[in-house]
Design a protein around this ligand. Structure first.
Ligand code: NOJ
Ligand code: CA
Length: 529
C-alpha cells in the first residue's frame, strides 16, 4: 500500500493512517490477508519515503506511532496482517547518522557507516568512480567543507538524498537487526526488504561497464548478502507466529534469484520476471514455468505481481502495442493505448494470477482497474526518476495518483465524504467511472471480479498449496489444472474458443459468447470429478 495515495483521514489531500484505518473494512471485503506498507517513516520524501530519516517512527504527515500500533491491532482483528518496508541499502541525508557523518569529517567512525571517498583529479573534483545512479546522473555527490571548498564524495545508488549505507560496518548490521525487532515487537507479520540485492559493495569501488558487468558485480547480488539474510531469518524465526521476509530482488538469472529463498533465508520475493512479461501466451507460460522451476528446489512460495508503485499500471501496459514492462524503455512520448483492451486483459490476468500456485500481490487501485495517469501536469510531478533523467523517463507518479473512492468528480471522496482538499496529485475526471463505491454496486466491475475471485480462491481447497498441471490447449490458449477439480483457461488468441468439458463455471472475466470463451478473457472451471 502506498499510504500517501490510499485514503486521507484528516482532509489535507494526503493519504494517512487514519484514512487506512477507516478503509480496513473495504480491504477485508476485498479479501486481502495482509497489507504491505511502503515506508511510512519520517522522511523528507525525496523518494516517496524511501529516504528514511528515522526507522522507528511514523511521518507526522501519516500519523503517529501510536496510531500505527492501533492500526496493526485493528487490522489483525479483521484477519489482516501488516507488513512493513525495511530500507537497508540507504537512508535519508537527514538521518542523524548522515548528519553526524558530515560534521565528523573524513576518516571518522561516523563516515565509515557510509561510502565517503576523496575525489579523483587534481583537486578531487571528479567522482571516485564512474558508477551511475539508478535514477540517472552520477552515483556520487560531493560534500562541502565548512570553508566552502569541495570535500569528500559520498555514494548514492539512488537520489543524492539517499546515501548508501556501508554494510561492512557493524553498526549498520546491528542497527537493522534492532529495527527489525522494533517492528516485530509491535506485531508486524513481516518485512518487505527494499533493494535487497544491492547492500554490499566491492570496497575497492572499481569502475565498471553496466553492459559488461564483471562477476561478482561490484554492487549487485554479492555473496556477502546471504549471511545477513540468514541472520534476519533466525531473528524472525525467534518470534512466535509467522514473521515473513519478502525480498525486492530484480535479478535476471532465476537461479541467482532463488538463492535468496533458500530455507534459511527469505521466505519469498517479488516476481518481476512475470510482471515484466508481455501479454503473449508462450512468454507468459515460459515465465510461469521458469518461476515455478526456480522456486521448487528451495521449497519457496512463488509470487505473482502485475503492478506496484514503481511500474506502469498494467491496464495501460496491456492496452499498448508493446505490452512488456522495462524501465529502460520508458519514454516521455506517451505510447498509444487502448484502455478498453487493457482492462479486458487485466481482468483475464487477475484470474490467471489468482489461480497460480503461490502468493499474489495486488497494488492499490488495481482492483479498480485504474490505468496509469500519463498526462499529469509537469508541475505536479515529484518523482526523482523524472527529474534525474531530465524528463526522458516520465517517472512513477502516474501509478501513484490518489484513489477514487466515491462521487462524480475529483477528489472522489479521497479526503472523506464531501471534503474538497485537492489530492497531492490530480486525479483524472474520467475516474468517475472507476470509484470504489460505484464499482461495488456493479456485478460486472473490476472490483466485483477481484472480490469474487478472492472469495473463491479462499474457499477452493484446490487453489491452496499444490502444483499446477498444464493442459493441452489450442494455439494462443493457456490452460492449467489445479488438483483434480479446478481448471483455468486463458484465451489470448484472436477468436473465441470452445471450453474444455467441465462440471461448472466458477467465474469468467467476460461473458461467454454462446458458451465460447472470447479473446483476451479467462475462466475458472470446476472439472468433472
Ligand atoms: C525500490 C522501491 O520500490 C522504489 O520505490 C524506490 O525508489 C527504490 N527501491 C529505492 O529505495
Ligand atoms: Ca492526510
Amino acid at each position: 500500500m502506498y499510504v500517501r495515495s490510499f485514503a486521507d483521514g484528516n482532509g489535507d489531500g494526503i493519504g494517512d493512517l487514519a484514512g487506512v484505518r477507516a478503509k480496513l473494512p473495504y480491504l477485508r471485503d476485498l479479501g486481502v490477508d495482509a497489507i504491505w506498507f511502503t515506508p511510512w517513516y519520517p522522511s523528507p520524501m525525496a523518494d516517496g519515503g524511501y529516504d528514511v530519516a528515522d526507522y522507528r517512527d511514523i511521518d507526522p504527515m501519516f500519523g503517529t506511532l501510536g496510531e500505527a500500533e492501533q492500526l496493526i491491532k485493528e487490522a489483525a482483528d479483521l484477519g489482516i496482517r501488516v507488513i512493513v518496508d525495511i530500507v537497508p541499502n540507504h537512508c535519508s541525508d537527514r538521518h542523524c547518522w548522515f548528519q553526524e557523518a558530515l560534521s565528523s569529517g573524513p576518516g571518522s567512525r561516523e563516515r565509515d557507516r557510509f561510502w565517503f571517498r576523496a575525489g579523483r583529479g587534481k583537486e578531487g573534483e571528479l567522482p571516485p568512480n564512474d558508477w551511475s545512479s539508478i535514477f540517472g546522473g552520477s552515483a556520487w555527490t560531493r560534500t562541502q567543507n565548512e570553508d566552502g571548498t569541495g570535500g569528500e564524495w559520498y555514494l548514492h545508488l539512488f537520489a543524492p538524498e539517499q546515501p548508501d549505507l556501508n554494510w561492512d560496518n557493524d553498526d549498520v548490521r546491528k542497527e537493522h537487526e534492532d529495527v527489525l525487532r522494533f517492528w516485530f515487537d509491535r506485531g508486524v507479520a513481516g518485512v518487505r526488504i527494499d533493494s535487497a540485492a544491492l547492500l554490499f559493495k566491492d570496497a575497492t569501488l572499481p569502475n565498471f561497464d553496466p553492459d559488461n558487468a564483471p562477476a561478482p558485480h561490484p554492487f549487485s547480488d554479492r555473496d556477502e548478502l546471504h549471511e545477513v539474510y540468514r541472520s534476519w531469518r533466525a531473528l524472525a524465526d525467534g518470534y512466535a507466529g509467522d514473521r515473513i521476509l519478502i525480498g525486492e530482488i530484480w535479478l535476471p538469472d532465476p537461479e541467482r534469484f532463488a538463492r535468496y529463498l533458500r530455507p534459511d533465508e527469505m521466505h519469498t520475493a517479488f516476481n518481476f520476471d512475470f510482471l515484466a512479461c508481455p501479454w503473449e501466451p508462450e512468454r507468459l507460460r515460459a515465465s510461469i514455468d521458469a518461476t515455478l522451476a526456480a522456486h521448487a528446489p528451495v521449497g519457496a512460495t512463488a509470487t505473482w505481481v502485475l503492478s506496484n508503485h514503481d511500474v506502469t499500471r498494467h491496464v495501460t501496459r496491456y492496452g499498448r502495442k508493446d505490452t512488456k514492462f522495462e524501465f529502460a524503455a520508458k519514454t516521455s512520448a506517451i505510447p498509444e493505448v487502448d484502455l478498453e483492451l487493457g482492462t479486458r486483459r487485466a481482468r483475464a490476468a487477475a484470474l490467471l494470477t489468482l489461480s497460480l500456485p503461490g502468493a499474489v500481490y495486488i497494488y492499490q487501485g488495481e482492483e479498480l482497474g485504474l490505468p496509469e495517469v500519463e498526462d499529469l501536469p509537469t508541475g505536479a510531478l515529484q518523482d526523482p526518476m523524472f527529474f534525474r533523467s531530465n524528463g526522458t523517463d516520465p517517472g512513477r507518479d502516474g501509478c501513484r495518483v490518489p484513489l477514487p473512492w466515491d462521487g462524480a468528480e475529483p477528489p472522489f471522496g479521497f479526503s472523506g465524504v464531501g471534503a474538497s482538499a485537492e489530492p497531492w496529485l490530480p486525479q483524472p475526471s474520467s475516474w468517475s467511472e472507476l470509484t470504489a463505491e460505484g464499482q461495488a454496486r456493479l456485478k460486472a466491475s473490476m472490483l466485483s471480479l477481484y472480490r469474487d475471485a478472492l472469495r473463491i480462491r479462499r474457499s477452493e481447497p484446490e487453489l491452496q498449496d499444490g502444483p499446477l498441471r498444464w493442459l493441452n490447449a489450442p494455439f494462443g490458449v493457456v490452460a492449467f489444472g489445479r488438483g483434480d477439480g479446478f481448471m483455468c483457461v486463458l484465451n489470448l488468441s484472436d477468436s473465441a474458443i470452445e471450453l474444455p468439458g467441465h462440471a461448472a463455471l466458477l467465474l469468467a472475466s467476460e461473458p461467454l459468447e454462446n458458451g465460447r470463451l472470447p479473446s483476451d478473457s479467462a475462466v475458472w472451471l470446476r472439472s468433472f470429478a
